[in-house]
Design a protein around this ligand. Structure first.
Ligand code: BYC
Length: 470
């Protein structure tokens, strides 16, 4: 196990001190990152002591240390999972050959683009969540938001390290650009659409961490398979941190459902208007938020038919999540049936890998939905939450712009436009949810619309003062 050197300016377990040029380049980027954090990271709270976990080792057992830290003092560092000795490429045309410790010239620009796209999402999400601290539903939640934010910052560092260490001058320029694009910016937006969506309430945060961070899980898992070994090792460790972000999403939505069910019982009604009058989020509104963030996140897998994804797989750059679960790792003689607006098409599986990934992602998304539905069923209600069809509201791929309802049925454009507010949050839904976003900060207290968590962080009580405000 490689230990992390915390005595250096940039904590790391990759011996950046042994490469003066790299060290200088990263130390040059560091103040730019800190300035970006100050300007685009969590608004206010810079002087608050936050109970944060910080990576201290890449060992699965006991990799993190918990303690009160001011966010600007967080030790953002570069941590790669330990190398697997004699690791071989596990898929594609070069399967069985040794993995790459350097970037092969012919894959340089594609790999750079993939790393930049991944890197771009990390600071984008911090920017999207910038104002949420002001309306936290509890101190526990505030702490979780900040934990996610600092770790997304670290994930940016992870990609910037790869750019600096393996892509020379181009990589350094890309690293600067990662701080220059901004979520929602009209002139310099973030690369992927979901990361330009505004996020002005906590229900969106929980949906985002449930659906969008889960796309992160799938993309990182597919890079963990990569023949480019430094990328694989970086992503393997990022996945350790990512799990908490999805936990925040899943338990956040569970707590919203729990609170709503409690209130429905109390008032003896499931009328959305009466639920709202009691200061909770009706399940119909929750469904519309799920539809919005799920459909937006489905686009993040790219087009159903993609020569990019075929090339990335065949060359060894990007595998499928948990590649070892499949039998065929080359996919040169396999085909995949795909439903497009023109009917069923049979395409080479290699060209359908974005869709293969999207399908396994949706299965993973179902797990939480089942759990929430069990809560609703046990409370004696007939309503069931669902995921929208992967054809609904798409902006990428053959279904882009095709009018389809949430079950995937093609409908007329007029009907689609007329009924859209049944399916995704309307302006009045957003105004209502926004009206609930009042800051609750006393330790242990919760906003009216959310139940307390089952337990606190790191075995501490829920009432613990997770954020010490000065
Ligand atoms: N929006 O062949 P296509 C995370 C572009 S989340 C805008 O269909 P390909 C996180 C695409 O770039 C994980 N543009 O797709 C979560 C391409 O452009 P170029 C993020 C899009 O290339 C929460 C063109 O359309 N990681 O970590 O097979 C908080 C045609 O592309 C979109 C990654 O995404 C879109 N939705 O795959 C914090 C991994 N979709 O090159 C963090 C890196 C596609 O023709 N990225 N396009 O100009 C990739 O692996 C791939 O680029 C994609 C697309 C999966 C995104």
């Amino acid at each position: 196990m490689s230990s992390i050197n915390y005595s250096e300016k940039i904590p790391n377990n990759v011996d950046i001190g042994g490469d003066r040029t790299l060290q200088r380049a990263l130390e040059h980027w560091q103040p730019h990152f800190l300035q970006w954090w100050q300007e685009m990271g969590p608004s206010d709270f810079a002087s608050a002591d936050v109970y944060l976990r910080t990576a201290i080792s890449v060992d699965a057992q006991g990799w993190a240390h918990y303690g009160a830290t001011r966010m600007p003092d967080y030790r953002w560092g570069i941590f790669l999972a330990d190398a697997v000795p004699e690791r071989k490429i596990g898929f594609g045309d070069a399967m069985g050959q040794p993995v790459w410790q350097q970037v092969p010239g012919e894959y340089r620009s594609t790999l750079r683009r993939l790393i930049v796209t991944q890197g771009d999402t990390e600071p984008a999400s911090v920017e999207q969540q910038r104002l949420l601290g002001h309306t936290c539903p509890s101190m526990y939640d505030l702490r979780n938001l900040f934990q996610i934010n600092v770790e997304e910052g670290r994930h940016l560092w992870a990609m910037v390290y790869l750019l600096h260490a393996y892509f020379g001058r181009d990589g350094r320029e890309e690293a600067e650009e990662l701080l220059a694009r901004h979520s929602g910016d009209a002139d310099k937006p973030r690369i992927l659409t979901t990361f330009n969506e505004p996020m002005s309430d906590w229900l969106s945060l929980f949906c985002f961490t449930y659906f969008t961070d889960r796309d992160g899980k799938y993309q990182l898992k597919s890079f963990a398979e990569s023949a480019f070994d430094p990328l694989s090792r970086t992503c393997r460790f990022m996945l350790t941190e990512e799990a908490h972000h999805m936990f925040v999403g899943e338990t956040g939505i569970s707590r919203v459902v729990k609170r709503t069910l409690e209130l429905m019982k109390e008032i003896g009604s499931d009328d959305p208007a009466r639920v709202r009058a009691k200061g909770a989020i009706d399940l119909q509104t929750l469904q519309r938020y799920l539809n919005f963030w799920c459909s937006s996140s489905l686009d993040l897998f790219g087009s159903e038919i993609s020569s990019n994804s075929a090339g990335n797989f065949a060359s060894g750059m990007k595998g499928r999540p948990d590649e070892s679960q499949y039998e065929d790792h080359v996919l040169r003689s396999s085909s995949f049936k795909l439903l497009t607006p023109e009917g069923e098409q049979e395409v080479p599986t290699l060209n359908a890998l974005n869709e293969v990934m999207r399908e396994s992602y949706l299965k993973d998304c179902e797990i939480g939905v089942k759990r929430w539905n069990r809560m609703i069923e046990r409370a004696g209600h007939a309503l069931r939450l669902t995921l929208p069809s992967s054809r609904f509201r798409r902006s990428i791929g053959p279904w882009a712009g095709v009018p389809v309802d949430t079950t995937g049925k093609m409908i007329s454009k007029e009907e689609f436009e007329k009924r859209l507010t049944e399916w995704i949050p309307s302006a009045s839904d957003k105004t209502f949810v926004q009206s609930l976003m009042q800051r609750v900060i006393e330790p242990g207290r919760m906003a009216s619309w959310i139940a307390p968590p089952e337990r606190g962080v790191n075995n501490l009580p829920v009432e613990y003062e997770y954020v010490h405000l000065h």
